[in-house]
Design a protein around this ligand. Sequence first.
Ligand SMILES: [Zn+2]
Length: 147
Amino acid sequence: MEQRIIHACGHEQGHYLTGFDSQQERKVKWLKTTSCRDCFVAEKRAEEAAAAALSNAAISHLDLPPLTGTDRQVSWASTIRTKRLAVLINSNSGVDCYACLQVTDAKWWIDRRDLTDVDLMAAAAQASEVQSATAVTASITDMHRTA
Ligand SMILES: [Zn+2]
């Protein structure tokens, strides 16, 4: 049977409760202390927006290179990059973030989104080494070509 519950936010919402009476009673008590579904979603969204705004502010002084990839990859990766860089900058006072700033491959950010900060920085350092190694090889090839 559906029960109408008045939530802590003041909105009424229907809930289908199952289980023994005592379990249902406990559930009702708990539900009354929570926000309704709409308010919960709105609160979550607001929290995320506030966190994103904080992250954006933390990295606003950085001159970030544009990411490369498909539109979907780029938009997802830029959210990840903003969040991760903001944390790195706040915790590390800018130490060693440099390598992370250089990675513009959207897929790289997406694939490594679950790495710890330390692992992420190590991966970035590796990626930038590979990049500069490729650059060195390229310039050596160029030298040979011009010689
Ligand atoms: Zn509500």
